[in-house]
Design a protein around this ligand. Structure first.
Ligand code: PHE
Length: 338
């Protein structure tokens, strides 16, 4: 019997298991229920006592060799499996390019036009005290703009409110910088208004301020004309209509000539052909004084425009609420814009 076992050991040693099928057949052949080892162990019972030790040892040797061969086959087959497991021909996931919000697009364009003219961007807090939002800007205490109808006051302290315009940033700048001052203040503002297709309680403005010696209304007009032509086109015409703001004197409203050729023009310009774009004026001497600037030495102009209205005109968006709903079908229209 010893001889038979030794032959098997030799066979096992010279066997190479190069496929999972070969390994499985080998396993059944040696370790299966009707396999060689089973049969040898059965024979082992009838072996005379004095041979048991030697035969037992070589039987175990055979079993170990068989198991080692199988273990080797498994590592070979699992390392063989390490080839490409992904399907490289499968189409990739689509990664949609991001898009700037239309408000950002218009703001960036307005800001870059004024930056080219030498204006620096200034920013301030969205929550303001009465001084920076109203008092320093020459709003008398009984002015209707302070009314609860227009302003979101803080319930706990009515001296604080959400800013109703970014003119508050102009005040902060005048308080901390010496003239010449040339800034634009883009930002979010808040007014307690009924939400409709034309107005919202949250919107965006860009306001500008220029303070220096001998700044005149002609400087204001020329700056705004240069802006209008850069933004709306080289041939754009503007007109200034007298208006009123507590913080500017004289004050004006700037319109651009939009044209009056079709129904859309009629609707957009209320039948006049002129489109109202912004408020402006010469900074009231009282405002300069409030902010610590000598009105006898310096003068300046200020202007302010709503970004939403300009974006609605530029992109022909009929409802202001579209800007705040974050509807991807709307926002995807602006993919690829600079
Ligand atoms: N602050 C004004 C507004 O919110 C706009 C404005 C700014 C007008 C500067 C004149 C000068 O409507």
């Amino acid at each position: 019997m010893l001889e038979i076992i030794e032959k098997h050991i030799a066979t096992v040693a010279s066997t190479t298991l190069d496929s999972p099928e070969a390994a499985e057949n080998f396993r059944i052949h040696y370790l299966g229920k009707k396999g060689i080892l089973q049969a040898l162990f059965a024979d082992f019972k009838s072996i005379p006592g004095d041979q048991k030790r030697a035969v037992g040892q070589s039987l175990n040797e055979l079993k170990t060799a068989v198991e080692a061969a199988l273990a080797g086959a498994q590592t070979v087959s699992s390392s063989k499996k390490k080839g490409p497991t992904e399907d490289y021909s499968r189409p990739g996931y689509a990664t949609l390019p991001g898009a700037h919000h239309p408000i950002s697009l218009v703001r960036n364009e307005i800001v870059s036009i004024f930056e080219r003219m030498g204006f620096a961007v200034a920013q301030g807090p969205e929550m303001e005290d009465d001084w920076h939002n109203f008092s320093a800007l020459n709003f008398p205490p009984e002015h209707p703009a302070r009314d609860m109808q227009d302003t979101f006051f803080l319930a706990k302290d009515p001296d604080w409110a959400l800013r109703t315009h970014t003119s508050s940033v102009q005040v902060r700048t005048m308080e901390t910088q010496k003239p010449p001052i040339r800034i634009i203040a883009p930002g979010r503002v808040f007014r307690n208004e009924a939400i409709s297709s034309r107005s919202h309680c949250v919107f965006h403005q860009v306001e500008g301020l220029y303070i220096d010696k001998n700044v005149s209304f002609a400087d204001l007009k020329q700056t705004l004309l240069a802006f209008a032509q850069a933004f709306f086109g080289e041939k754009t015409e503007i007109r200034l209509r007298p208006s009123y703001f507590p913080f500017t004197e004289p004050s004006a409203e700037m319109d651009i000539w939009w044209g009056l050729e079709n129904e859309v023009d009629y609707r957009m310009t209320k039948g006049t052909g002129w489109l109202e774009i912004m408020g402006c004026g010469m900074v009231d001497p009282a405002v300069l004084e409030s902010c610590g600037i000598d009105p006898n030495e310096y003068s300046g102009y200020a202007f302010g425009m709503g970004i939403e209205r300009i974006a609605m005109q530029r992109f022909q968006i009929p409802d202001i609420r579209a800007f705040y709903e974050n509807d991807l079908r709307f926002l995807r229209n602006f993919q690829g814009a600079p």
